[in-house]
Design a protein around this ligand. Structure first.
Ligand SMILES: Cc1cc2nc3c(=O)[nH]c(=O)nc-3n(C[C@H](O)[C@H](O)[C@H](O)COP(=O)(O)OP(=O)(O)OC[C@H]3O[C@@H](n4cnc5c(N)ncnc54)[C@H](O)[C@@H]3O)c2cc1C
Length: 403
């Protein structure tokens, strides 16, 4: 069958959903590499024109300014179109996407980068009574609440979830609002995936900031004014920040795409949906298998997925086979307030190496990492090839490596 595209009458439409770290990388790569081409059209959909630096949301949550970064401005001059809107449905058979329930966009190739949000569903009461760090508005609402509490001179902030987002948030709040009690609650010990020394450093830094850490604690309910732990204990809380676990949009599953048990799109080696090869999945929204297992959601891995998906799409359009995606982790940088931090360097499978940084040096390293995505997109716009470098993971990701 001859498609409209093959007859040359209609450009091939690549529709990118979500301008997070991964979606932006795909959009900039595609925009830059197809600039001036009449046979390809690129559209990026996102609810806000402002790029959300998720890596800074715990900082924004304590009232500190974060930059205004405009996505349409960055796309200017590339020919790529920005559509502001919220995706409400994907029809993978008709190849259409519904935006805000009143517009329908058709695609030839879909790039799905809708990311993830905090899991507010599993534990009762989180949705109603806890703050999250899913966007700038959430962070600003929390900042206002914390400022009001701090003005009263005392209060307790419970951070639910002792993963790295919880650790960074607890440290930031404790440093910014020393008059408040900050309690970090979670199943795991903070820094559990780190080697013993950096983990001990992290614990000592939290103690120095006055954060009360309670590992091995399972929150079973969030109530107005407290959280309830398994075993029945009630912990008073004026404010609860929820950072425990993430969930993805139900749109992919609803569209009939093959998803894993967490709702992430299962991809082949080239990042195409295994059920719908005209859909590419990126970042937190994708279940991407490497030799060491399925990747977990990070910015360090998300941006390469965006670049690789863009390259795969262009190879397919050129009649070539896409290459397999390979990625190996290299670090876990953690801020502990504005002037302290710990950076655990890792093997490609994310297990800790012996090398780590602490203190101001680690804080500067973390800031460099946090600040780098936006200038990287700017560089990719001018020189797309500059974005194609990341650690491939060596023997950890070679085909046939144990999973
Ligand atoms: C406070 C905090 C600190 C973090 N620190 C680190 C860190 O130091 N290092 C690290 O590697 N990772 C960190 N992470 C995790 C990291 O932010 C994520 O892994 C990363 O953002 C994933 O990128 P993404 O592009 O897949 O998704 P996202 O960044 O979540 O972007 C998804 C985009 O899709 C949009 N979207 C969602 N649903 C819809 C819809 N229905 N319609 C239209 N648009 C939609 C969203 O608005 C967003 O713009 C942190 C996360 C948080 C919350």
């Amino acid at each position: 069958m001859t498609t409209q595209h093959e007859t040359g009458t209609t450009p091939h439409h690549i529709l990118i959903l979500g301008a997070g770290y991964a979606g932006m990388a795909a959009a900039i790569q595609l925009a830059a590499r197809t600039k001036g081409r009449a046979d390809v059209r690129v559209t990026l959909v996102n609810p806000r024109e402002r790029f959300t630096e998720r890596l800074r949301l715990h900082v924004a949550a304590t009232g500190q300014q974060v930059a205004e970064l405009s996505i349409p401005e960055l796309l200017e001059g590339t020919g790529a179109r920005f559509v502001r809107g919220w995706v409400t449905a994907v029809d993978a058979d008709a190849r259409t996407v519904r935006i805000d329930d009143d517009r329908v966009l058709h695609y030839d190739t879909l790039v799905y980068g809708l990311g993830s949000v905090a899991d507010t569903v599993t534990v009762p009461g989180v949705e109603e009574h806890a703050y999250t760090l899913d966007g700038v508005q959430d962070a600003e609402a929390l900042a206002d609440r914390l400022a009001r509490l701090a003005r009263q001179g005392r209060g307790t902030v419970v951070v639910g979830g002792s993963g790295l987002t919880g650790v960074e948030s607890a440290a930031e709040i404790a440093e910014r609002h020393p008059e408040l009690d900050v309690v970090l609650l979670g199943r795991q010990e903070p820094g559990a995936a780190m080697a013993a020394r950096p983990r001990a450093y992290l614990r000592a830094a939290l103690a120095r900031l006055g954060v009360q850490v309670r590992g091995g604690a399972e929150v079973v309910k969030v109530l107005p004014g407290s959280v309830e732990l398994a075993g029945g204990e009630s912990v008073p809380a004026d404010v609860v920040l929820w950072t425990s676990g993430t969930r993805v949009s139900p749109l992919a599953a609803a569209a009939g795409l093959t998803v894993d048990e967490r709702g992430r799109i299962v991809t082949d080696a080239a990042l195409r949906s295994v059920s719908h090869p005209d859909v590419y999945a990126l970042g937190d929204a994708a279940a991407i298998r490497q030799g060491y297992g399925v990747m977990h959601g990070t910015c360090q891995g998300g941006m390469p997925t965006g670049v690789h998906a863009a390259l795969s799409i262009l190879r397919v359009l050129a009649g070539k086979e896409p290459r397999p995606f390979r990625f190996g982790y290299y670090h876990t940088p953690v801020s502990l307030g504005r002037n302290d931090g710990v950076v655990q360097f890792t093997h490609p499978d994310d297990s800790p190496r012996r090398v780590y940084l602490t203190g101001r040096l680690a804080a500067r390293y973390k800031e460099t990492v946090t600040a780098s995505p936006w200038p990287t997109y700017g560089r990719m716009k001018k020189m797309p090839a500059s974005g194609a470098f990341w650690p491939r993971g060596g023997r950890f990701t070679r085909v046939g490596a144990a999973g």
